[in-house]
Design a protein around this ligand. Structure first.
Ligand SMILES: Cc1ncc(COP(=O)(O)O)c(C=O)c1O
Length: 364
């Protein structure tokens, strides 16, 4: 489908409005950056950071490392507060570090796909706002899958992607950006090193920076979220995530990570002793058409990651994956009562549909 200038402008206005609503970011500017989601993160960091600026990263997984890499590539002096993989960063400790060291910018991943952990953000946002630091959040996994409130949580820039809980094609980063961050970009002493990812250019000429085909895709994906309702969408992911966890546990498998901060949209489960980690993934794909993921870094070979995002965050998909996993594990010698996983997942889904922990009184 082609789009003339006026139609493109109208589409862009529509999409940026949708971004503001789906990020719960009514006071922010919605922007798009063509490319992988990390192009959006790099646009924010490379535009807001000048060489020598201090950036504090709260890191608890692979994508926290990415924030450190991107910030340092663009000349930041990176300070970091790390948490072990499997738990979030201690938000109060990070808030204290922000107040004590007053960095220019603080960057955190909201939900890290490598560990399946969600980072509480509100306390960190308060500390940033009090100390004048810009607060940048990677919401690539969390957007559309769990509660994310950019305005309420004091976030200056949040970056989402299309291919996770939006269920869209990869190729466009979605951004909600504060005026405070854009003013910082405008006030730079030197232009950013990247011309393509310059947020000043992107915010001044959004149509020139847009990719028309991806805008149509974003419009459709965000529109599906709005039609479903943001709260309902978060709740659906939560119900599906609980069902996956219950099913895996009923099969005698051990979940990885702090369950109080578990992301509903991806569940990490330990590979039992004596079972081939790649062998199970390969057999699942070949025999059942189900793809689960290997892990990154220190978890590689030790856990599987089971994604349950977008259209797949529903009982049908959960039961399909668990039934297939049970069949494959059984052929590999794992002892499990037939049907234990799907039975538990089904019950958990019915139980948690009633109690999905999204506050129904808060407007999305
Ligand atoms: C939390 C998180 N941040 C950033 C990214 C990078 O996204 P992309 O590969 O689209 O650049 C991913 C991708 O998996 C992710 O899960």
């Amino acid at each position: 489908m082609a789009a003339n200038d006026a139609a493109l402008e109208a589409l862009l206005v529509n999409v940026t409005g949708q971004i503001a609503r789906v990020f719960c970011a009514g006071t922010k500017t919605g922007l798009v950056v063509p490319g992988a989601s990390r192009a959006g993160i790099e646009a924010v960091l490379s535009s807001a950071v000048e060489p020598g600026d201090r950036v504090l990263v709260g890191a608890f997984g692979h994508f926290g490392e990415l924030l450190c890499t991107l910030a340092s590539r663009h000349g930041a002096v990176v300070e970091r507060l790390d948490a072990d993989w499997g738990i979030p960063v201690d938000a109060r400790e990070l808030a204290a570090a922000i107040r004590a060291s007053r960095p220019k910018l603080v960057a955190v991943v909201h939900a890290d796909t490598s560990t399946g952990i969600v980072q509480p953000l509100e306390t960190i946002g308060q500390a940033c706002n009090e100390s004048g630091a810009l607060f940048v959040v990677d919401a690539v996994l969390s957007l559309g899958g769990c509660e994310l409130r950019v305005d309420d949580w004091g976030i200056d820039a949040a970056v989402g992607g299309m291919q996770k809980c939006l269920g869209g094609p990869p190729g466009l980063a979605l951004l909600a950006v504060s005026e405070r961050l854009l003013a910082t970009v405008r006030a730079r002493r030197t232009p950013p090193r990247s011309a393509y990812l310059d947020l000043h250019r992107i915010s001044r000429q959004p149509a020139a920076a847009a990719s028309t085909s991806m805008l149509f895709a974003a419009h459709a994906a965000l529109g599906m979220i709005e039609a479903e309702g943001l709260q309902a969408r978060w709740a659906r992911h939560q119900v599906a995530g609980r069902a996956v966890a219950a099913g895996l546990q009923a099969m005698g498998l051990q979940l990885f990570g702090d369950r109080d901060h578990a992301a509903p949209m991806i569940t990490l489960v330990r590979v039992p002793d004596g079972i081939s980690e790649p062998g199970v993934r390969e057999q699942l794909l070949a025999e059942h058409g189900v793809e689960i993921m290997a892990a990154f870094g220190p978890l590689r070979g030790k856990v599987w990651r089971i994604g349950c995002m977008g259209v797949n965050a529903r009982l049908t998909s959960v039961l399909h994956v668990l039934g297939a996993l049970e069949a494959v594990l059984t052929t590999q010698g794992w002892q499990v009562r037939r049907g234990a996983g799907v039975d538990a997942a089904r019950s958990a889904s019915l139980d948690s549909e009633a109690t999905a922990a999204v506050d129904p009184n808060r407007p999305a």
